[in-house]
Design a protein around this ligand. Structure first.
Ligand SMILES: [Zn+2]
Length: 722
């Protein structure tokens, strides 16, 4: 995923509520343009959290002055004095917000969390002060509706459309009382969303500490070492701790033979935000949904979902639901088969006295799935891991980036570019001609105060306006550091995720546009996961595997027979993965289609899942009270479907390589760069895709990749995504 941080719409970075802002201290180092090599780098060496709040406040004030200057310009509105001028506003704020986002996502101690709580509503209010500036909107509308637009080039026309669309969608046309109410709603939402995220973070700190290593029976050595390190780091030396985060919980559920502890760990994880205590999120969700419904009504939409999907590639909730509905039955049918296979294993073991007599429960799914995988494909995830070293995989990513896009990654000498934590490293990215193309930060390890999962953070967007500015981007993950000197070994799934997040980074690094608002990953939500999901495919290429999937002891490449088994097992457990994801995406859409009636999240989730026939052995990938995509900010609300939408595109795009000369086909790669990776939001996504592929995308490749039956062309369910 990409971190949208505190600002939902990249274009409208801005802050302060009423009252006059505090005077900016000229000494605040966070206000100055970034200095140093590569056109300036983030000043992490001089960053004090205490300076961030004041920097944000004066940066907001500065942008309001800039906006006012445009709004009050006595000259008649033109593209240059209005739209281009708008693109030049808020630079100081962009920089301050980029730093804030780094700290809230990776360094969130108590002071950072307090700052976030304080500043989130102010940023929301600031944004509204820009959106609700009537003189500004009249000028934007005059350019958008006037004769000048037809004479602009395509990118400039797109910018005029973009600002006009964003302002209208955010309420620029409302009357004064409605605007005031809208601003109140946005500030309340910002505060509630911050609280939601902090509640989840708090529940992820709940540990299962065990005194006796026997409790870890079945766990591979790597997970034991991680549990010992986690316990030591949290004040329990000599014991073992299972963190309540995905990267710690999933291996435990796969391998731990103690069924009672699996159940305990599973319950703790799926109950995040749902304990009825101070960190419970149910009431927070009810309020967020009510405020979003009211806001949609003010803006003239039947529901939040209709408002939020309108400017996406899908355009309507119905089209998103249609795609989900086309995939759901095949996924559920596959889960039934998977459960039957697992039950047979459990029954056989029980009959042979090798295991308990049991009915497969949700906390058994991953455990018995591993057994089936081993029996059917002779594939044990732990057999693969010694070949998947974090640093080698990183080199494999660089290799793919060079062959596809001509990029070279050159390590930056330590100390040349400041970092915010000693674990963070930096590479310079150069293009095929050896020119500087950007910086890539890599922050791979888990630590307290860091969000779980993996994601990309954009520090600076590329643009050509006023001279070239290059991309600065980071990839973040939560791998557990091994013992000193030992490589970090990762699972096949985590290796794919590395390539995925790197795909987001490459989307930013390839950007070649004029205006920052249209740059890099600032694209529709249901399009933004397309480049990243596509990149995942390259880890499976023989070229990457033979060079970079090498055994950490022997240096031998992963054996061909093992790769064949991985490929054969590729669609294994796809029923589980699709159902856990799709159920969450369907609940998301239904929550945001429910309108103004008060929602009890627990009951709503239960009823919705019953209505769609959710298999009892699977739980939503993110239950409602912990669903950060929906409730930590607006970004993916009524938008979790976007992963499936984008995967439809990525499967179809990968097929373009297969139909041509294979994964490294230079012509297809060049089109991919030209029509997708470099254009940001300067083109309509559906048009850009059509230019790349020569036609609209269809879902056959997606179904094939997941191992589901592909309906005959023209049959119902053979819907496309266009
Ligand atoms: Zn992503």
């Amino acid at each position: 995923m990409i971190s949208t941080g505190l600002l939902t719409f990249a274009l409208l970075a801005s802050p302060a509520g009423g009252g006059s802002p505090p005077p900016a201290s000229p000494k605040n180092p966070l206000l100055a343009p970034w200095a140093g090599p590569y056109g300036g780098v983030p000043p992490f060496d001089r960053l004090r959290v205490a300076d961030l709040g004041p920097a944000l406040e004066s940066a907001m004030a500065e942008q309001l002055v800039e906006i006012q200057r445009i709004a009050e310009d006595p000259a008649p509105p033109t593209f240059d004095n209005t739209l281009v001028a708008l693109e030049r506003t808020g630079r100081t704020l962009d920089r301050a917000v980029a730093l804030l986002n780094v700290y809230t996502s990776t360094m969130a101690d108590d002071a950072v969390q307090a700052l976030e709580r304080d500043v989130a509503p102010k940023l929301a209010a600031h944004r509204d002060r820009i959106v609700q500036n009537e003189k500004l909107f009249r000028r934007v509308a005059a350019v958008y509706e006037g004769p000048e637009r037809a004479r602009l080039d395509a990118e400039a026309q797109r910018l005029a459309w973009y600002w006009h669309d964003q302002l209208v969608r955010a309420g620029a046309r409302l009357d004064a009382p409605s605007k005031q109410r809208l601003a109140e709603l946005n500030q309340q939402l910002a505060a509630l969303q911050t609280r939601f995220a902090q509640n989840v973070l708090a529940d992820e700190e709940r540990l299962l500490v065990v005194d006796d290593e026997a409790a870890l029976a079945g766990l591979p050595e790597s997970a034991r070492a991680a549990a010992a390190a986690a316990a030591a780091a949290r004040g329990h030396p000599g014991k073992w701790a299972v963190l309540n985060t995905r990267s710690a919980v999933e291996p435990f559920l796969e391998y731990a033979t103690r069924r009672d502890l699996r159940e305990k760990v599973w319950r703790e994880f799926v109950m995040r935000g749902d304990h009825g205590d101070a960190h419970d999120n149910n009431a927070v969700v009810t309020k967020i949904l009510a405020l979003r419904a009211e806001r949609a009504g003010l803006l003239g939409y039947p529901t939040h979902a209709h408002w939020h999907v309108e400017d996406q590639m899908a355009r309507t909730p119905e089209r998103a639901e249609k795609l989900m509905g086309a995939v759901w039955p095949a996924a559920v049918a596959r889960v039934r088969e998977e459960v039957a296979d697992m039950q047979a294993v459990a029954d056989r073991e029980a009959a042979a006295g090798q295991g308990p007599r049991l009915t497969v429960e949700p906390w058994d799914y991953r455990f018995y799935a591993e057994k089936v995988r081993k029996a059917r494909y002779d594939l044990d995830a732990e057999e693969v891991k010694p070949y998947l070293q974090l640093e080698k995989l990183r080199e494999g990513m660089f290799y793919a980036a060079e062959r596809l896009f001509g990029f070279r990654f050159v390590p930056v000498a330590e100390g040349k570019v400041p970092v915010y934590h000693p674990d963070v490293r930096v590479w310079e990215v150069q293009d095929a001609a050896g020119h500087h193309a950007g910086l890539w930060f890599f922050d791979p390890y888990a630590r307290k105060g860091k969000r779980s999962g993996a994601w990309m953070n954009a520090y600076r967007d590329q643009r050509r306006l006023d001279g070239p500015v290059t991309t600065i981007v980071s990839n973040n993950a939560n791998f557990v550091k091994g013992k000193p000197g030992e490589p970090v070994l990762v699972s096949w799934e985590d290796a794919r995720t590395l390539f995925h997040e790197f795909g987001h980074a490459l989307h930013g690094l390839n950007s070649d546009v004029r205006f920052p608002s249209l740059s890099g990953t600032n694209v529709a939500r249901d399009f933004v996961e397309f480049p990243s999901q596509l990149l995942e495919h390259w880890i499976e290429t023989p070229e990457v595997l033979s060079r970079f999937a090498v055994h950490f002891r022997t240096g031998q490449p992963i054996p061909k027979t093992l790769v064949d088994r991985i490929v054969r097992a590729k669609t294994f457990n796809e029923g589980f993965k699709t159902v856990e994801y799709l159920s969450a995406a369907i609940v998301d859409m239904k929550l945001h289609l429910a309108g103004a009636r008060p929602i009890d999240p627990r009951a709503f989730e239960k009823e919705t899942l019953a209505a769609i026939g959710m298999p009892r052995e699977v739980v939503m990938r993110h239950r409602t009270p912990q669903f950060l995509h929906l409730f930590a900010d607006d970004g993916y609300s009524a938008g979790y479907y976007a992963y499936l939408w984008a995967e439809t595109l990525s499967a179809d795009a990968w097929a373009a390589f297969e139909e041509a000369g294979g994964p490294w086909d230079a012509k297809v790669a060049a089109r991919l760069k030209q029509d997708v990776f470099s254009v940001g939001n300067t083109r309509d996504p559906a048009d850009a895709y059509r230019a790349f592929r020569g036609r609209d995308p269809g879902i056959a490749a997606l179904l094939r990749e997941r191992g589901f039956p592909v309906p005959a062309p023209g049959a119902s369910g053979a819907a496309g995504v266009h």
